[in-house]
Design a protein around this ligand. Structure first.
Ligand SMILES: [Zn+2]
Length: 156
């Protein structure tokens, strides 16, 4: 294959933020600039993607910044509120939804609920509520299975 990607990462100095996920205020974290370059024949650049990322110093969740990497140090934690947001919004929403959909299925449902809990625990909100509902459905299915030998979807 002639097509490839090259990722360069630059780490900046510590900044203070109010974490939108764990709600801790004035948390120190290290911002990093990631430049992802799509290349053709390893050296001809055909596309760039720049993103400013950081991990919350308290909960370690990956956060994205709308403020440019070079300008980040000029802002205080209060000014950055709203411009720092969780990076994995889409995948955690997908897992929460999947966990709920297959919550009555034993074993497979358990795996998805586990992953969803890991992804959504710190960010709270509707994703976590959905995961808890999925967990409640899953637990009642296990109880039914234990007492009545009932396996949903197996006797269709
Ligand atoms: Zn945090």
């Amino acid at each position: 294959m002639y097509l490839g990607t090259k990722t360069e990462t630059y780490t900046g100095e510590d900044i203070e933020i109010h974490c939108p996920v764990c709600r801790k205020e004035n948390v120190l974290c290290k911002p990093r600039l990631e430049i992802v370059t799509d290349t053709y024949m390893f050296f001809i650049s055909i596309g760039h993607k720049r993103q400013t990322l950081m991990n919350c110093g308290a909960c370690k969740v990956c956060l994205k910044s709308r403020v440019h990497f070079e300008k980040l140090h000029r802002y205080t934690a209060d000014q950055l509120v709203g411009d720092i947001y969780p990076a994995n919004g889409f995948s955690s929403a997908c897992f929460a939804l999947l966990a709920l959909l297959i919550s009555p299925v034993l074993f497979i449902g358990t795996i998805f609920i586990g992953i969803s809990l890991l992804l959504c625990y710190w960010r709270k909100g509707w994703r976590l509520k959905m995961t808890y509902i999925a967990l409640a459905i899953q637990v009642s299915t296990w109880i039914m299975f234990y007492f009545f030998g009932y396996i949903p979807l197996m006797n269709l």
